[in-house]
Design a protein around this ligand. Structure first.
Ligand code: ADP
Length: 220
């Protein structure tokens, strides 16, 4: 489902990725772990098409689509429809309600406001936030904010959700709930996840734990 070969990334003289090969199957929950500075976030950003490798001879495809061949505009379209992102800090838009925050990627994908709002409400209900649809992020708890971010990641039925330290800002009870939710979404919808995490419990629950060190995955 996701295939990468020979990803390299340099910032000036600093070689942050030193040739990463990776294959991830549909419905897998894969954790990427390793010390700070190992290159985990950089890898996730490249897999998520938010950033590009600095070498030329690499491969990167999602669902059989060769991402190297896409223009800037095609990439942002592809990203909107196929990749959901969850960050450590929810990155919700403060002026918009939970419902609007979840619906925005669907508006961008071309759904009518009515269709997008209906779908967003269904997702928020599934996530246990039925009574929070019209709350702005500042009126939600940390756990609720992060569940809204999960809703936003899910709304366009992405091929994969990529999460960077999604529970890094939550207390342990909310972190547990969020992790449980990821596995429920996998079991119910065969949702694929790639998760960068320092959370040992999440890494141990995952189907596969990839360990990064010094710009390489050391245990494929
Ligand atoms: P991790 O997620 O494993 O902590 P990162 O991918 O964030 O690692 O960073 C890997 C290395 O790349 C670090 O040394 C970091 O300082 C460096 N780095 C990351 N992004 C940039 C950037 N935009 N410019 C320069 N150096 C960067």
């Amino acid at each position: 489902m996701i295939k990468s070969k020979n990803l390299h990334k340099k910032y000036g003289n600093l070689e942050v990725l030193k040739g990463v090969d990776l294959e991830i199957n549909k419905g897998e929950v894969v954790a990427i772990v390793g010390p700070s500075g190992a290159g985990k976030t950089t890898l996730l950003q490249i897999l998520g098409t938010l950033d590009q490798p600095t070498n030329h001879h690499y491969e990167l495809s999602i669902n059989g689509k060769d991402l190297k061949k896409l223009s800037h505009k095609e990439l942002s379209d592809f990203r909107n429809k196929n990749i959901g992102f969850i960050f450590q800090f929810h990155q919700l838009l403060p002026e918009f309600t939970a419902l609007e925050n979840v619906a925005i990627p669907a508006y961008i994908a071309g759904l009518s406001k009515k269709e997008a709002d209906t779908k967003a409400a269904e997702i928020l209900e599934l996530l246990g936030l039925k009574n929070r649809l019209h709350h702005k992020p500042s009126k939600l708890s940390g756990g609720e904010q992060q569940r809204v971010a999960v809703g936003r990641a899910l709304i366009n039925n992405p091929a994969v959700i990529m999460a960077d330290e999604p529970s890094g800002n939550l207390d342990s009870e909310n972190a547990k709930q969020l992790h449980k939710l990821f596995f429920e979404l996998r079991d119910q919808f065969n949702q694929t996840f790639i998760i960068v995490t320092h959370n040992e419990e999440l890494a141990e629950m995952s189907d596969r734990k990839l360990i990064m060190k010094d710009g390489k995955i050391i245990n494929t």
